[in-house]
Design a protein around this ligand. Structure first.
Ligand SMILES: N[C@@H](CCC(=O)N[C@@H](CS)C(=O)NCC(=O)O)C(=O)O
Length: 230
């Protein structure tokens, strides 16, 4: 039976945009598992699986419900040990947690700054009201004022990617010769930006952009099935 993924969408169901849901989508593809997706809008999130979670991704695998992208990847590696590993063992799990924290604390804040207005524009009317209210509460300012800082912050954002850029001089993926969940963590953050916003975060000549393009090619070009925002 296919694994059900609750995947965050806006007005257009064919453009899932959540960074964390993209991590789960790539993890499921890495494992070669059949999935079906339930397109989920922000306001639907509290109703899924009887109110099991305040956030997506959530998956249902038979009678098992798993919440949180990292927990989903851990679950998949444990439940399907005969399929390609997402972590490469316990050390890999621990190091992927570092990547997850680095991505969350270094990449996510800037992507939010750069894409907030575009993310708002992707929502239907009701969800746009929720998105503006919840995010303006979180930032303590208007969405427009958050995004006004994006040009000024771009160079610092690119510099902050230097550890990843420098590592790519040694190996094609964070996982080494081939990708692991750690790659999907950072991929999810950049795919969120790619799907939501035409704002260019990376120069094409940047090796980080080239790594991202390799990730877009994985699993039959899964990431490219959603076109970049224009
Ligand atoms: N640590 C969680 C974070 C999940 C998360 O923050 N999801 C966002 C979408 S990207 C969400 O569901 N937000 C609900 C809301 O803002 O109401 C994970 O990795 O799955």
């Amino acid at each position: 039976m296919a694994i059900l993924l609750y995947d965050l969408v806006g007005r257009d169901e064919s453009r899932p945009f959540s960074p964390h849901c993209w991590k789960a989508t790539m993890a499921l593809a890495h494992k070669g598992l059949d999935i079906s997706t339930a397109p989920t809008r922000f306001l639907d999130v509290p109703t899924i699986e009887g109110g099991a979670s305040k956030t997506v991704p959530v998956i249902r695998d038979g009678d098992k419900v798993v919440i949180d992208s990292f927990a989903i990847a851990l679950y998949l590696d444990e439940a399907y040990p005969d399929r390609p590993t997402l972590f490469g063992g316990d050390g890999g799990k621990a190091m992927a947690r570092f990547i997850e924290r680095w991505s969350q604390l270094t990449i996510h804040p800037y992507v939010t700054t750069a894409a907030l207005i575009d993310l708002h524009a992707m929502q239907d009317e009701e969800n746009a009201v929720y998105f503006r209210r919840s995010r303006e509460q979180r930032f303590g300012k208007q969405l427009e004022d958050v995004v006004a800082a994006r040009d000024a912050g771009l160079a610092a954002f690119r510099t902050a990617l230097e550890p990843l850029r420098s590592m790519l001089g040694y190996q094609p993926f964070i996982g080494g010769a081939s990708p692991l969940f750690a790659d999907y963590i950072v991929f999810g953050a950049l795919q969120w930006a790619r799907v939501a916003s035409p704002y260019r975060l990376l120069d094409d000549a940047d090796v980080v952009a080239q790594w991202f393009a390799r990730c877009l090619d994985l699993h039959g070009g899964l990431g490219r099935k959603v076109a970049a925002a224009a």
